[in-house]
Design a protein around this ligand. Structure first.
Ligand code: UD1
Length: 417
């Protein structure tokens, strides 16, 4: 568990880790490339460790040197065992690359998850359009591409991040051209396309809603720096905001932060962006964050909603959240409530009446971003918070406790239960 003694006032400078949500598809992409890929700025996370285990199981050799991850690509198996699939919901992102590299793939369906039902219908229907035959019986997905992957026109009913990634990975070495309409535009998609193009791929339009992919015969591994983690950055910004802090984040991509700035400005924080650095200075008492509606990029990201709700919990006034992406994404509201927050949740709407101060409590992280949000709130709370379930946090944050300590928070990790 994390033991957090509040309140804190964060000060200082810290570097932001590489992006989890970029690393996982990049590792899947490495499977498609001949030779060696070196990923720089690769965060040390339990989800990344699982992705590495999947690659090793499939036949790749992987080696970590600090924040460099070196993958020597080879494939001897086309099946991901159940324990690895269940270890990480996003392992579905290996599907497109495996189908493309081996012409077949077998993996168990990822099933439901802590954010509510997480369907993969768009992944499957769009891969079928590229000529992949998929059998879904017995809880397993068995995929074959008897004629090889064929370029096609695919229009996504929703700009799903995972489905877009799987399609790109399947299409990059397909016969002919693939056009993806209503593609996801998240920066992590751009990072994936940049890597693939550097490996010899021909993917055009990354960051736009229409992607054009001219299939190439082969890809060759290369060196690539994983983009900065915009969600880790916003988590530290929220931590500074609730604690009346003044911190500087290094290694951020400020353009990726823009869609998340509104609640910080609304609540009275001063944010200055300079090159790859971001400074945030919070007022003594935050105002409300007002209205947050989660949307696909460049809208406000669902992954940033929980940490910003912790700001709303102590911001003077009323804030309203509408969660449009995942069904079960207010589980942190219960923990915040235990700390004294006034939050009413009804379906996809949450109304938060900011209180003067929170009180430390025993709370449990139910999911990754919700767990980080409870950590943020604990910094604004009087007294001690004991946060269990921190394994969720390790899935996506490289040493969040250490990072907060570096900024002056009193956080320690304990084996107690
Ligand atoms: C990715 C991120 C996750 C982030 C999310 C939204 C990774 C590993 N995960 O998840 O951290 O919270 O984007 O930015 O990068 N949907 C369908 N059918 C499908 C696929 C998705 O209905 O086949 C729906 C989902 O139920 C959800 C919405 O589309 O309501 C968004 O999902 P998607 O963009 O696919 O998110 P993930 O790729 O799962």
């Amino acid at each position: 568990m994390f033991i957090i003694d509040g309140p804190a006032e964060l000060r200082g400078e810290i570097s932001v880790q590489g992006a989890k949500n970029s690393t996982l598809p990049l590792l899947s992409a490495a499977l498609l490339c001949k030779g060696q890929t070196v990923l720089h700025n690769c965060p040390e996370l339990s989800d990344v460790n699982i992705a590495v285990k999947i690659l090793e199981h499939l036949g790749c050799r992987c080696r970590r040197e600090g924040h460099d991850l070196i993958v020597d690509s080879a494939i001897t198996s086309c099946e991901i065992p159940e324990d690895l699939m269940r270890g990480m919901r996003s392992s579905i992102v290996f599907l497109g690359a495996m189908a493309a590299r081996c012409g077949r793939a077998r993996l168990c369906s990822p099933g439901g998850c802590e954010l509510g039902p997480r369907p993969i219908d768009l992944h499957l229907s769009s891969l079928r359009r590229l000529g992949v035959e998929i059998d879904e019986s017995g809880g397993w997905l068995t995929c074959t591409a008897p004629q090889g992957i064929q370029g096609a026109y695919v229009s996504l009913a929703f700009p799903s991040v995972g489905a877009t990634e799987n399609l790109i990975l399947a299409a990059v070495c397909a016969k002919g051209t693939t056009i993806i309409a209503n593609a996801a535009r998240e920066p992590e998609i751009c990072d994936l396309c940049e890597y693939l193009n550097r490996c010899g791929g021909r993917v055009y339009g990354a960051g736009e809603s229409c992607l054009i992919i001219d299939g190439v015969k082969e890809l060759f591994g290369c060196e690539h720096r994983v983009m900065p983690d915009r969600i880790a950055a916003v988590t530290y910004m929220a931590a500074a905001a609730v604690s009346g802090g003044n911190i500087t984040l290094r290694d951020v991509d400020n353009t990726h932060i823009l869609p998340m700035l509104a609640p910080f400005e609304e609540s009275g924080c001063e944010v200055r962006q300079m090159g790859g650095c971001l400074n945030i200075m919070a007022p003594r008492r935050l105002g409300p964050v007002k209205h947050i509606r989660t949307m696909p990029y460049p809208g406000f990201p669902t992954d940033a909603q929980p940490a910003v709700m912790s700001m709303a919990a102590v911001g003077q006034g009323t804030s309203v959240f509408v969660e449009n992406i995942f069904e079960n994404r207010y589980r942190h509201a219960q923990g915040l409530g235990r700390m004294g927050a006034q939050i009413k949740v009804e379906g996809k709407v949450a109304v938060v009446e900011g209180v003067e101060s929170l009180t430390g409590a025993a709370v449990e992280a139910a999911d990754l971003r919700g767990g980080a949000a409870l950590c943020v709130a604990a910094l604004a709370a009087e007294g001690r918070t004991r946060l269990t379930g921190e394994a969720h946090i390790r899935r996506g944050y490289e040493d969040l406790a250490g990072g907060l300590r570096e900024l002056g928070a009193r956080v320690r990790e304990s084996e107690e239960s």
